[in-house]
Ligand binder design. Structure first.
Ligand SMILES: [Zn+2]
Length: 371
């Protein structure tokens, strides 16, 4: 019997070891009844301990022998004998977080459906950052509305109840998504907000799942993958980010919400200095080389421009690099032609054109014609 389906807040239970075996994958036991939730439906398994005449062994994992209706197999840290009475205790803080993730996922999936018509096709609740996969390509506005709606459902403090219905009765219930199992189906109702078939563990009220924060989303398998955090884990995420922003704000002597300005300014200065550094280095090497080995400026200009960061602001750091470059060019000499193609002292016409079009070959240094 799966006791967690009757009371998801119970933490201890008594049971008898019905089957026990060891194999290369570890030590296993099936109990007469259990509170340990087996990994399924995107929710991770419970962990905890079993106590008995053998002492105490840790429950490392639990899984279903057969989907939905099979026995729950407990993976143990040490072997236990068959037939003995045991007391089991689950790791409650871990379970409570799983219940927060899971209940929040119900609320968010319903909110996504109501706000944007987005259908949930898969979920993952393995880590503090959970995911909901949507069938559709979601828009930013729809996701933001859904996040707000999910949190309204949290503050509405809806009761959460679970009950079993037969397959024939299912038609009476407007489910968010059709059940994956047949026969007797377990439904989970969150007030009049959400109704879905689910075998997982849930909170008593929607309020315990909050806050629910969408962290980001991306295109995934033709639909959308939405990342979110809920409950304690959303609070921890907020705490970590707030602490980081506060440290940065202190370093820049500004308000956390004003940090973009000094960081952008720093970026622009960095790009400008990089550009100047590059130009100065090139100019220095060029000045040290004998005449025929010097770079032909126009042919190397594409290389110079390519090294310029695309997102730097126009003009930042450009003047000095620009004049250094032009200063090295004969075209800046008094009376000289502006175009390099007009005065080509290093080779035939075709060669000059080839050099002057694309980026500099190799290191960007021109081999003098004929050498
Ligand atoms: Zn559920």
């Amino acid at each position: 019997m799966r006791l967690y389906q009757l009371d998801s807040y119970a933490t201890r239970f008594q049971a008898r070891v019905e089957r026990a075996w060891s194999d290369p994958k570890g030590h296993h036991a099936v109990l007469s009844q259990t509170l340990f939730y087996p990994e399924s439906g995107g929710q991770p398994a419970d962990t905890g301990v079993l106590r008995g005449p053998f002492g105490e062994v840790r429950v490392l994992h639990a899984y279903e022998e057969e989907k939905a209706f099979g026995d729950v197999v407990h993976v143990l840290s040490a072997p236990v004998p068959e037939g003995v009475e045991v007391e089991g205790e689950i790791d409650w803080p871990r379970r409570f977080r799983h219940m927060q993730r899971h209940t929040a996922q119900h609320l968010l999936s319903q909110a996504l459906l109501r706000a944007g018509g987005y259908h949930t096709v898969a979920v993952s609740l393995d880590s503090p950052v959970c995911t909901v996969d949507l069938e559709e390509e979601a828009e930013e506005e729809g996701i933001q509305k859904a996040e707000a709606l999910a949190n309204f459902a949290v503050y509405a403090d809806y009761p959460v109840e679970a009950f079993f219905v037969s397959e024939e009765e299912l038609a009476q219930y407007p489910l968010r998504r059709p059940p994956k199992v047949r026969g007797k189906v377990r439904l989970v109702r969150i007030g009049d907000f959400d109704l879905a078939a689910c075998g997982g563990t849930h909170l008593k009220t929607s309020a315990q799942a909050g806050p629910i924060k969408v962290l980001r989303w991306e295109r995934y398998k033709g639909g959308t993958r939405v990342y979110f955090a809920a409950g304690w884990e959303a609070l921890e995420d907020y705490h970590a980010k707030h602490a980081l922003l506060s440290r940065l704000a202190l370093a820049f002597s500004t308000h956390p919400l004003e940090l973009e300005k000094p960081i952008k300014r720093l970026q622009e200065e960095l790009y400008a200095l990089k550009g100047e550094n590059l130009a100065l280095g090139e100019a220095l090497v060029e000045a040290l080389l004998p005449g025929p080995w010097r770079r032909k400026p126009s042919s190397c200009r594409p290389l110079f421009w390519r090294s310029w960061p695309r997102n730097s602001s126009p003009g930042a750091g450009r003047p000095s690099s620009w004049f250094l470059r032009r200063g090295a060019s004969p075209s800046s000499a008094p009376g000289a032609k502006r175009s390099w193609r007009g005065s080509r002292p290093w080779g035939p016409r075709g060669a000059a054109r080839r050099w002057s079009r694309g980026p500099c070959p190799g290191s960007g240094w021109r081999r003098p014609w004929g050498l």
